[in-house]
Design a protein. Structure first.
Length: 111
């Protein structure tokens, strides 16, 4: 199996798209990330990450219906794929394995 390469920001974007489910589009993903990280996120950086995730097959995009609120424009929604969930699971397993191997002296620094 090919090793998953998922950058920290891509991981957060992918997780957020999964959390938001049917409401995952650019602005809602951006707002949730800003709320979680307590910092501003560039829409350009977000859309670049979403494009990379789509190229990897970890999200699919779809166009929603026209709404008055959007001024007649359609929203582009993002759905996490099975492969995207598998990538997140692999990254989480690797991270957990590393945390489990931390020496007790390092863990004591958290106290």
């Amino acid at each position: 199996m090919k090793k998953v390469t998922l950058g920290a920001f891509e991981e957060l974007v992918l997780l957020t798209a999964g959390v938001l489910q049917d409401n995952a589009y650019g602005v809602t993903i951006k707002l949730e990330l800003e709320r979680q990280l307590n910092k501003k996120i560039s829409l350009g950086a977000l859309y670049s990450a979403l494009q990379r995730l789509e190229e990897k097959g970890w999200v699919n995009s779809r166009i929603g219906g026209i709404t008055e609120k959007q001024g007649g424009r359609r929203k582009q929604y993002y759905d996490i794929t099975k492969e995207g969930m598998m990538a997140l699971d692999e990254v989480r397993a690797m991270r957990n394995s590393l945390f489990d191997r931390l020496p007790q002296t390092a863990i004591n620094l958290l106290k």
